[in-house]
Design a protein around this ligand. Sequence first.
Ligand code: ATP
Ligand code: MG
Length: 501
Amino acid sequence: MANSVPLMEVRHMYKNFGVTVALNDVSFELERGYVYGLIGENGSGKSTVSSIIAGMQPASSGEMIYKGEPWNPTSMLMAQEHAIGMIVQEAGTIPNISVAENIFLGHEKMFMSGPFVSKAKMNHAAEELLVKLGIENHFKPSDRTADLDMQARKVIEIAKCMYWQPDLLIVDETSTALSHEGREFLYKVMKEQRENNKTVLFISHDLDEMCEHCDKLTVLRDGVIIGTLDKTEYDQDVIRRMMVGREVKGDYYRSDMNGYSDEVVLKADCITTLSTLTCFDLELHKGEILGIGGLSDCGMHLIGRALFGVEKILDGKVVAADGSVIKSPVDAINHKIAYVSKNRDQESLGLSATIYENIASTGYKINLFFANLISKKKEKEYVNKQVKDLMIKCAGVHYNVNTLSGGNKQKVVFGKWMSMDADILILDCPTRGIDVGVKASMYKLMYDLKMQGKSIILISEELQEIIGMADRVLMMKDGEITAEKFRGPDLSEHALIDFMI
Ligand SMILES: Nc1ncnc2c1ncn2[C@@H]1O[C@H](COP(=O)(O)OP(=O)(O)OP(=O)(O)O)[C@@H](O)[C@H]1O
Ligand SMILES: [Mg+2]
């Protein structure tokens, strides 16, 4: 009998944020022993519904029934204590404390030794957990979280959730922060949940991943549930149409073989960074899309940072087309180099500023009206155009960026850097968390820029994206280039994967 009650029922849930209706009469059930996928465009309400289940915010109305009882959580800690764990879309760890302190945040009392919290006891418990999960080689319990990369920080969040052995594990847009090995770890955790008769609610924009790992897929559009498909019914064209409400072709990558010029527009000349890169060389050409791929710690993200002048270079130099050396982001911007950082919230967005202020912040060059006066009219036109082209879903441009969904924040970053009219774009995971419809327009924009003679470095965790867009691909491992491949029929995921592991 107990098993016939669904683990979680959501009934007629509504959520409003001022004029925005984020959830509009949402009802669904989650049973034990399944991995459920929740998919929908940016701003469709996925994070909102999952964060309500996990106690991060209340619904405006509606009810939830958990294990047959009314469920009205008032905090994430309360959810955790009731075996509901959520890995949030944004950074969910605190930088200045240790791995162990993050894992046991809010539960320090478990490790009291007299009046104090015993760090040794806490570290010991964390170590046991890491060993149990098979990730003890990734980091140590005593490591400072801020010193670890984004993937490691996400893995800490997964470990933190798993400590409480959740009956319901919610994974919100986590896989795009992970590279190959991190994803494998996440999939393993999800699979074990299912095998142990527990439940997963999985959110991702990667359709292949969703179809492979989910037993059922529920599609949300504008806060409304459009339908649920069983694994046997999966058809990516159908899913895309359900999401977007119109036909979206699957092959949104470029199909041409247009080349690029020999002219070098940016060069890394034997650069050495604090970690990973030692005397690293790279040349970017005019009109080239250069793809760089590998595992997350292979050094590819560092290259983007170094080329834009944000990573300290110990030796060697970054040289622009006119021969001058790029030493700082100011130098880079003056040489018309733009940079979309993978670390969106810390490095690319002014989180306390409005959408308008963020998009307009680098646009000063093209919006210059007379001498140093920025034309307000031009600026406004520009911002509105970006909001329209990138389909940024917002209640208005003068709202804070913090009110946007994850993918819509990413679009603001993209729009902001496009405003500079850069000649060189360094894009680190630019489509992270972006839905299929807008991905297609970003790829089209990249291609148009290439055809205008601009140059792009596309650093990505997704090999498909690199293969689909790049003229030339560099694969990296441990700070070194392990392969250089050119656009052509033989370029496949299979042909590249060996060079990264
Ligand atoms: N704190 C908030 N204040 C105002 N509006 C909000 C807030 N949080 C979410 N919204 C709005 O609610 C809607 C749903 O957002 P939500 O974050 O759930 O989308 P999502 O499906 O998770 O999108 P993504 O794929 O981009 O992560 C969006 O229109 C968003 O702008
Ligand atoms: Mg979201």
